[in-house]
Design a protein around this ligand. Sequence first.
Ligand SMILES: C[S@@+](CC[C@H](N)C(=O)[O-])C[C@H]1O[C@@H](n2cnc3c(N)ncnc32)[C@H](O)[C@@H]1O
Length: 527
Amino acid sequence: MSESGGNAGGRGGSGSGAAGGGQNNSGRGKGGPRDSSQRNAQGRERNRPSQRSFTENAPAQRTRRADPARLVAFEVLRAVAAEDAYANLVLPSRIRHHGLDKRDAGFATELSYGALRGQGTYDAILARCVDRPLDQLDPAILDALRIGTHQLLAMRVPAHAALDQTVGLARAVIGAGPSALINAVLRKVSAHTLEEWLELLLSDETDETRIASIRYAHPEWIVRALRQSLVAHGRSVSEINDLLDADNAAPVVNLVALPGLGSLDEALEGGATPGELVEGSALSSGGDLGRLASVREGSTRVQDVGSQLVARAMAAVDLGTGTGSDGAGERWLDLCAGPGGKAALLGALARQQGATLLANEPAPHRAKLVRQALAAVPHEIWHVRTGDGREVGTEMAESFDRVLVDAPCTGLGALRRRPESRWRRTPKDLTDLGPLQRELLKSALAAVKPGGVVAYVTCSPHPAETTAVVSDVLRKRDDLELIDAGAVLDGVSLTGHLDAGHEHTAQLWPHIHSTDAMFLALIRKKA
Ligand SMILES: C[S@@+](CC[C@H](N)C(=O)[O-])C[C@H]1O[C@@H](n2cnc3c(N)ncnc32)[C@H](O)[C@@H]1O
């Protein structure tokens, strides 16, 4: 049991914990994680077909019990497919239910997230190994095959363990019948490495979109949408592969210490590293964040650096009103606040700047989450309204100095955090959300005082929900002007140069900034 457990191979790690390189029955050894270059190199080496060995036992004679970590991954995939569940919500509850330790939890995370993200590529491979169309397979069998394929092609799990354990899982939870099929199909999958499979699948392919779609496991419409997004924000279309690749890497967990309320000391002592893009942030060293008292209290929170930057940008805009540029006496509004990540940061900044915050959210259960998120901020600073943001503009016309519209959007900029979402979203979502995004922005512009500023934010870079919304709403209005959002973002960043601005709006990117792809427009209502 000498080998340690790094996680993924060529497709990038998906979880925080370890996956197997060990020689025990489940294919997972003991030891700490390795850096990704070692994992990639060693993962490919270990899984070369010529070095593979399989037990000669028939499936029925092999493992009959489901390894708990693989069972958790299987249950996550089933819940996502059959119940429309979100992997990031269902995974922790399954891990708790099966009592996985830290190491197995890491393995289950990598396996479920990796199999979900890589689904498009894995299905293209499986289609070559199954004698019927994949949609004619029992969905549970297909999920078991995806789990087996991810272990074989992208994790440092010995091939015999990947095969035996996946067949054992199928026997235990699906039935004895399908295990022979799963055994036969996974043997075919294991005949090649991932690179060899991609070569086989793509050698005759000339369509660039289809090539990128299969290689980087994104639906073709999203490949096209992201290309269009790069161009719309002044970047080169040649960045597309880097962007798609960044969506497949496990995002590092970012922390924020609420300004004036939280501290990163405990996290830094525990191995977190200071964030380089924004003040008060840190990159978590992984593990259970609940061990940190400041996280339990809510004064230090998990928040993507892109979200931190746009919230700070809204708070930092110089209104030039004489009373407001330092925030004293100002009223701030977060129009779409649930579940409260940005509201918590804005609440802390409002306290420091002598302002107050109204956080609005229509969904009652999400409004409750906003209250919980704001719990560490003194109560006299904030108030939560449960209602439709489209009504705020008329109900509270010209009442606020700063308004954040963090609009409901497709989330195309946060695909790395939501492994199933790329397969669930459709182009129709883009068109369906457009009217709501425009109405919310108009309501915000009605609610802001003359001289005040509205920050329009999405976690999508797509022009249909970013630049098109802003230009449609600003068209024919001479009382509004765009502030240079790139310059304001630079001003709140530690580097002072994010290179995110383009034509007065700003766009952050996973492959450039290691943040979610947050869009920011800052609109001032002329005094
Ligand atoms: C992108 S999320 C906001 C994320 C939040 N700002 C944060 O940082 O945690 C969009 C939110 O808008 C809310 N929403 C949907 N329809 C809305 C409406 N008509 N008015 C206001 N908010 C709405 C959704 O419930 C969701 O909570």
